[in-house]
Design a binder for this molecule. Structure first.
Ligand code: SUG
Length: 445
């Protein structure tokens, strides 16, 4: 049966803003409190999806989390009408308002870890929403993400959506950003490469390691993963700003494209030997002399989407890279040389503009959750979440109608913004026949 890699991008929500919430994420800190452009951000996201669809790939999308998350503010002691809650939080605890307004669910690579049915012992596709508990604004995502994944992948004959892991620092989980499914071909059983930053004790000096080995093991176990391998990120990568492994590595099929400093060097040798013994593993290491780690992180070279050809040919790959990689002369020179080198499979680079997301540390690969599906599984997906030209047109017009051009973090104090956000999400969920998926649509207030 034919298998596809389907990319489900997170729709960028109407409250996209720069609040500097993500420790260890250099772009988020650098752009803290700048004016964001939600309409432009969402259109950039839709345009990236359209680019892939027009290249011939299967493309889907996920609903954004509903923000503001007033249920969280109620849980934290605020009460009364929505307006009152927002006014009180704005005056007494503005940091909580930024937390519940973040549009961070756009980075769908952190929505969940996914195991394709070929690799799971019960023959279903497994999802575990990430608990994202290193940062407060992201730790509140998983309940809605769970509901959203259950809406898109509702058919339990084919899909199993697990609850997020237990919320303790020992089980800190950041989802597919730290997971790569490697296989000779999409229709062959593969290996889940789980990359983690720490055991209980962290070895980083500057920034927190967000993913634990215990979390990765728990996800692999819960999914009934037939073949899982665990590899440690290097502390140097994390301390240089690689808060997720997908900032310094991307893999697909038999290929792992990564920076020399991405992984713990000792473990890397042993794990690569293991991978070579199991499959036609094809590592492409970019040396620090070709692309210094600092350039890799500012340009987000490795946060590109690495795609096999639309027909699944893993010898004819495309890299969907952020325009920041084209604008960095060293990185551009490296990529030009790479595509000329016919001993490796990356044949072309397509640059996409996702600058609004990039300013919060989210590149092309952060914006998507990859799901390998066979034809029957693809038909079991709730079809309204698969992109077509018409659906992309509708989403664009919905953004144009509902999103603000500019947003300053101080605008979050305006209760009218909440009204606008909920109105937009209500229109979206009506259109997609899933009204009721969000707490504000069912909670008695
Ligand atoms: O978790 N940024 C996100 C970016 C996530 C990128 N995802 C992947 N690498 N897969 C994060 O650090 C910034 C929000 C703010 O500062 O307003 C933020 O959450």
């Amino acid at each position: 049966m034919k298998h596809y890699e389907v990319n489900f991008d997170g729709l960028i929500g109407p409250s996209h803003n720069y609040s500097g919430l993500a420790v260890g994420n250099l772009a988020s800190s650098r752009n803290a409190r700048l004016t964001s452009h939600p309409k432009e951000a969402a259109l950039q996201g839709i345009n990236k999806m359209r680019t892939l669809m027009r290249l011939g790939y299967q493309q889907g999308f996920l609903l954004p989390n509903a923000r503001p998350d007033l249920g969280t503010l109620r849980n934290l002691g605020f009460s009364g009408s929505n307006e009152r809650i927002i006014n009180e939080a704005a005056s007494k605890a503005p940091e909580l308002l930024t937390m519940v307004y973040s549009a961070s669910s756009m980075w769908a690579a952190n929505a969940a870890t996914v195991t394709p049915s070929l690799d799971a012992n019960d023959g279903r596709v497994h999802f575990t929403p990430a608990n994202l508990l290193t940062t407060a604004h992201r730790a509140i995502e998983h309940p809605q993400t769970f509901a959203i994944l259950n809406t898109v992948f509702a058919d339990e004959a084919f899909f199993k959506v697990h609850p997020a892991l237990t919320a303790h620092s020992n089980f800190a989980d950041e989802g597919a950003a730290n997971h790569t499914r490697l296989s000779n071909q999409y229709d062959h059983a593969g290996v889940g490469l789980f990359v983690y930053g720490r055991t209980e004790e962290s070895t980083t000096q500057r920034f927190p390691a967000r993913q634990t080995l215990a979390a990765s093991r728990a996800v692999a176990r819960g999914h009934g993963t037939n073949d899982a391998i665990f590899l440690k990120q290097s502390a140097r990568a994390i301390d240089s700003g690689a808060f997720h492994n997908d900032v310094v590595a991307v893999g697909n099929g038999p290929v792992l494209f990564f920076h020399e400093f991405a992984f713990d060097a000792e473990e890397q040798n042993a794990i690569f030997a293991e991978l070579r013994s199991r499959m036609d593993f094809n590592p492409i290491c970019v040396s620090n002399s070709d692309v210094p780690i600092e350039d890799a992180i500012t340009s987000y070279l490795f946060n590109s989407q690495l795609l096999a050809a639309p027909d699944g040919d893993v010898n004819n790959m495309t890299l969907i890279a952020p325009t920041e990689s084209r604008d960095n002369p060293r990185v551009k020179a490296y990529l030009d040389a790479l595509t000329q080198d016919t001993t490796q499979p990356i044949r072309q680079v397509v640059y996409v503009d996702v600058r609004q997301s990039m300013s919060n540390g989210g590149g092309p690969a952060c914006l998507r959750l990859r799901v390998i599906l066979n034809e029957r599984e693809l038909s079991a997906v709730s079809q309204q979440f698969l992109l077509t030209e018409e659906r992309a047109d509708w989403l664009e017009s919905w953004v144009m109608r509902n999103y603000r051009d500019d947003l300053n973090p101080s605008d979050l104090a305006d209760p009218q913004l909440a009204v606008e956000c909920y109105r937009a999400l209500d229109e979206l969920t009506h259109e997609l026949s899933c009204y009721g998926v969000y707490p504000h649509q069912t909670d008695a207030i």
